[in-house]
Design a binder for this molecule. Structure first.
Ligand code: NAP
Length: 339
């Protein structure tokens, strides 16, 4: 069987997902697209040479009997409405982060899914599909470095446009660390503090850059996470787990070791799309395969909710300079599965 997919939002990542589903992945085809800019949706259909119908709006696409499952890649503030509509229609949905822009919005999706009685939603936290993070998780889970005690990590971008706001450092950038560290450590956060080092001269006037996020987990693990979005030199994701009997580092992306001009060097990527390109492929192939089996195996609605609760606490900590508790209700048994 081929899964007939509808895509809501044909911007940057929507186009990338349409391209990879059409050209790289198997088991699914794009049969429907929609975007608030209809001409953009038509252009994608033409460019990708796909036989997809352009729908006038997202609700018509979700309700179409020709669409088996939906991918939501529109602007973040629209996600909650479309995911709720997919649940109401009983359709599996892959939603790019954020699941909703607030923890309350994510909770509304949790409640709708619980009422439906079967998981339908996967959230686009693709780092869980990165081979490096998976290798790191294996080291932790097999106990090779003992129990994790501390984590040092960094999320560095070469630069950001002036439209990038201080809150985006948390909700757009650090949100990936929030999810992947929770998954790596199999733990929940209990508190957060955000501190501001000396500001780089390369940041726009309104932006405090870099930031350091200090998280504490329920098991007592301490995490220091650097967010530095004008680091100039590249897109660089670092993560080191310090355990009781050793340390484990996220592997560097593979690159030729160059001996040239009296230097020994490797390349540092500059584009986030390149850094995680394979994980997007693996993530979506896994979602297609699971959906065809009637399952959801990837990051769940609960994971989207946990990330939103933590991001809200991070924002409060950033704005107040205080240590802020991260309060999560008990995870319903419905969501115990965690890939
Ligand atoms: P984008 O280029 O702005 O694309 C979003 C598209 O959806 C735009 O064409 C937008 O139109 C359109 N849109 C807005 N409201 C809509 C509506 N009501 N119905 C249908 N289409 C609508 O953004 P993007 O970079 O692709 O990001 C899209 C989402 O994916 C964001 O939530 C982002 O956080 C997420 N994302 C995730 C990753 C990841 O690593 N997992 C990476 C990139 C993006 P306008 O331009 O007029 O708003």
């Amino acid at each position: 069987m081929t899964l007939r997919l509808g895509v809501i939002g044909t911007g940057a990542i929507g186009r990338e997902h349409i391209h990879r589903i059409t050209n790289t992945l198997s088991g699914a085809e794009i049969v429907a697209v929609t975007d608030i800019h209809a001409e953009q949706a038509h252009a994608v259909v033409e460019q990708e040479k796909i036989h997809a119908k352009v729908y006038p709006d997202a609700h018509k696409l979700i309700g179409s009997s020709e669409v088996d499952a939906v991918i939501v890649t529109s602007w973040g503030p629209t996600h909650e409405e479309y995911v709720l509509a997919c649940i109401a229609a009983g359709k599996p949905v892959f939603c790019e982060k954020p699941l909703a822009t607030t923890a309350e919005g994510c909770m509304r999706i949790v409640e709708a899914e619980l009422a439906y009685g079967k998981p339908l939603v996967q959230v686009g936290f693709m780092r869980r599909y990165d081979q490096g993070y998976r290798a790191l998780k294996k080291v932790i889970d097999t106990g090779r470095i003992g129990e994790p005690l501390m984590v040092h990590c960094a999320h560095r971008n070469p630069s950001v446009p002036s439209s990038y706001t201080g809150d985006m450092a948390i909700v757009d950038t650090f949100i990936h660390e929030i999810d992947v560290l929770r998954w790596l450590l199999d733990d929940d956060y209990v508190s957060v503090q955000v501190v501001s080092p000396r500001k780089t001269k390369y940041a726009h006037e309104h932006l405090q850059d870099p930031l350091i996020v200090l998280l504490e987990t329920a098991k007592g693990i301490r995490i220091d996470g650097e967010i530095f979005v004008n680091c100039q030199y590249g897109y660089d994701i670092q993560c080191q787990i310090v355990g009781e009997s050793g340390t484990a580092n996220l592997p560097e992306p593979s690159s030729v070791l160059l001996r040239s001009e009296a230097k020994l060097s490797t390349e540092i990527l500059v584009d986030w799309k390149q850094r995680f390109i394979e994980s997007y492929d693996i993530e979506l192939q896994d979602w297609i395969n699971s959906t065809l089996k009637g399952e959801v195996n990837g990051p769940s609605t609960w994971d989207g909710y946990a990330a939103a609760v933590t991001a809200d606490a991070c924002l409060q900590a950033k704005n107040t300079g205080q240590i802020v508790p991260v309060s999560m209700p008990k995870r319903p048994a419905f969501y115990t599965k965690n890939n």
